[in-house]
Ligand binder design. Structure first.
Ligand SMILES: [Fe+2]
Length: 464
């Protein structure tokens, strides 16, 4: 098997369509191969596809030549990256440096710290493959440890330590877990979207009965959710109870100051603008929590009036646009912590909650955005920034706001009774237009870890 990573630059073609076309192109040209193509990582103007090729001949060079016409057939341009993670290339070389072991395998040079290697020994004495827990006492490893003997045997790196302990690591495991590979990989492959991209993807909604009974349907739903940050279930009975059942199929419900399941109308019963008929600009919810709620569920149970459409904006799409246009402004929003605050003083409800963190939260090893806090209503006093940075912060915030407010980035959806929407509150901003009449919405927040856990247990790549 050969894994290829292709960097493709979009010319108005959706990633899903590109997958289909590249796959078809390959199959017509490389007929002795089993081919699978999937979107690995997506940015506004380019996306990475992972191609898996199982070739009886195993001749990569021949396949690589044939990939080019396949790319032409897909009418896509590609540029710099044809990254080979060659399972067919089992050769490995290593070099022992003073501070690390350098391993070259599958075309990727990787460096492993010696303490790290002892710490990650997978022998039964060091690690339980039953509980997947570490047995080795990391605090007892000599920080100057070096292996006495190093060999590569049968696809494994084998180290003998000074105390005679033997560690054996499969080369593929080392490759998958090396920093060098991780820094080139998306933690969570996503398809970033504006309104046009999302509509053209034509993602189907799950259907209530099948969703409740079929794990395959749940898996498809979660795959859509992980890729786009939003997903729908249709034909749900318009009750709080049925909505709760649907959400429990995915995750535990996260109880907050609003309760487990909340149900609101425009009765101003809580000290929050959500409980009015006013339009609400795009925002993420609970930015004032130290860990903002990961997923939000909405179900419009009743609306006797006009207006009230829901606005959805992919915040990560806007963030990537900002990164391309103004990397220094992106960097500022990703490093300066600010405060969000919720103060409620209504009859029966007194709350004062604060959360601190930057607008953009980025994994430092691969620069992938994983959480956005954007709520101009709930942003607290800006007193965490030195005076000589405040102006630059406002400029950066304005530029991100401009991206978020581009009409082409706005997806407007009319929520109707029966249609339940799941929104990734770490990524997708929501808002609404003003409305008239009685409008009753129910929903809840979900525990992010549990949603990801469900997806992972169904075999999906779900890591954040
Ligand atoms: Fe909200």
């Amino acid at each position: 098997m050969i894994n290829l990573g292709l960097s493709l630059y979009s010319k108005g073609i959706s990633p899903d369509k590109a997958c289909t076309k590249v796959s078809a192109g390959l199959l017509s040209l490389v007929c002795d191969c089993a081919v699978s193509v999937r979107v690995l990582e997506l940015h506004p103007f380019k996306f990475f596809l992972q191609l898996k090729l199982c070739s009886r001949s195993g001749m990569f060079a021949r396949l690589n030549v044939k990939l080019r016409p396949a790319r032409r057939q897909a009418q896509l341009s590609w540029r710099h990256r044809t990254q080979i993670r060659g399972r067919s290339d089992t050769s490995a070389t290593f070099h022992l440096h003073e501070d690390c072991l350098e391993l070259s395998y599958g075309g990727t040079p990787m460096r492993f710290n010696y303490v790290w290697l002892r710490d990650h020994c997978r022998s039964a004495a060091s690690y339980s493959s039953d509980t997947h827990q570490r047995n080795v006492d990391t605090g007892s490893i000599e920080l100057s440890i070096r292996p006495d003997r190093t060999t590569v045997e049968d696809g494994h790196l084998v180290l003998t330590w000074p105390d005679g302990h033997l560690s054996k690591y499969s080369l593929s495991w080392l490759a998958e877990n090396s920093y060098e590979v991780k820094k080139q990989s998306a933690v969570q492959p996503r398809i970033l979207w504006n309104s046009d991209i999302y509509k053209k993807a034509d993602m189907p909604s799950a259907k209530y009965n099948k969703f409740m009974s079929s794990d395959d349907e749940l898996k498809k739903f979660l795959q859509h959710y992980l890729q786009y940050g939003i997903a729908f279930v249709d034909d749900v009975p318009a009750t709080v109870e049925a909505t709760e059942e649907v959400t429990k199929r995915v995750s535990l419900i996260r109880e907050t100051t609003y309760g487990r399941m909340w149900c609101f109308t425009s009765d101003f019963s809580r000290g929050d603008s959500a409980y009015s008929q006013l339009a609400l600009d795009r925002h993420t919810d609970t930015s004032y929590f130290q860990e903002p709620c990961g997923i939000q569920v909405f179900h419009c149970l009743k609306h006797e009036g006009s207006g009230g459409r829901t606005l959805l904006v992919d915040g990560f799409y806007a963030a990537e646009k900002l990164r391309q246009k103004s990397p220094e402004n992106f960097e500022l929003l990703a490093t300066v912590p600010i405060r969000h605050e919720y103060i409620e003083e209504t009859e029966g409800h007194r709350n004062h909650i604060t959360g601190i963190g930057p607008v953009l939260n980025v994994y430092p090893w691969n620069n992938e955005v994983y959480l956005m806090r954007y709520n101009n209503y709930d942003r607290g006093v800006l007193n965490t920034i030195p005076h000589d940075t405040v102006q630059r912060w406002y400029v950066a915030h304005r530029e991100l706001t401009a991206e978020l407010r581009r009409p082409e980035n706005e997806l407007w959806v009319k929520l109707t009774p029966g249609k339940v929407i799941f929104v990734d509150n770490w990524r997708v901003l929501h808002g609404r237009e003003s409305f008239t009449g009685l409008r009753q919405i129910c929903g809840c927040y979900l525990t992010r870890d549990d949603v990801i856990n469900t997806a992972r247990c169904l075999g999906l790549q779900a890591l954040s």
